[in-house]
Design a protein around this ligand. Structure first.
Ligand SMILES: [Zn+2]
Length: 163
């Protein structure tokens, strides 16, 4: 494995626009349940519809294509709180994120544990894991992780076959 700075030639070297990247492979996934407990009061709440979000995941080095998860998730209505909530997808990705947990964990790890600068980390993720993450996004994750003191990177990475 090459160390920082030892960049190997790559067919996508020099790629600067997301539009120039290979077509992602779409992976449909579903987090839809008939009933879910309300996060506020715990009341078992029926599904009231579904919605969708897209998540960038670790890609496929054999095909060279990024993986994009098209996630369908259930919306629930708590009749006690009179509020809507989403099915809990935090096992897969943080709320509002465009990337899966394992992409974030890996990106933070290569910076914090392996000591790669942000730009090199961004390139490493693309070259070795086929996921495109702007270096500023990685910087945000690392800085947010430092403030919150996340210590679960190791635990969640083991078992996923990463690293
Ligand atoms: Zn409730």
């Amino acid at each position: 494995m090459a160390g920082p700075g030892e960049y190997l030639p790559d067919v996508t070297e020099g790629t600067t626009c997301v539009e120039d990247l290979p077509e992602p492979k779409i992976i449909p996934r579903t987090f839809s349940h008939r009933r879910r407990p309300c996060p506020r009061c715990g009341h078992s709440s029926y599904r009231d519809g579904t919605s969708q979000r897209s998540l960038h995941d670790l890609g496929d080095l054999v095909s060279g294509r990024p993986h994009e998860i098209h996630l369908t998730y259930s919306l629930h209505y708590c009749s006690k709180c009179r509020k809507y909530f989403n099915a809990d997808m935090s096992a897969l990705a943080p709320p509002g994120s465009h990337y899966t947990n394992r992409v974030i964990d890996l990106a933070v790890r290569v910076v914090v544990e392996d000591g790669l600068p942000y730009r090199a980390a961004s390139w490493h993720l693309w070259r070795d894991h086929r996921v495109f993450v702007p270096f500023a996004t990685i910087q945000n994750w690392v800085e947010a992780g430092g403030k919150k003191g996340r210590e679960s990177h190791r635990g969640r990475l083991s078992g996923l076959g990463v690293g």
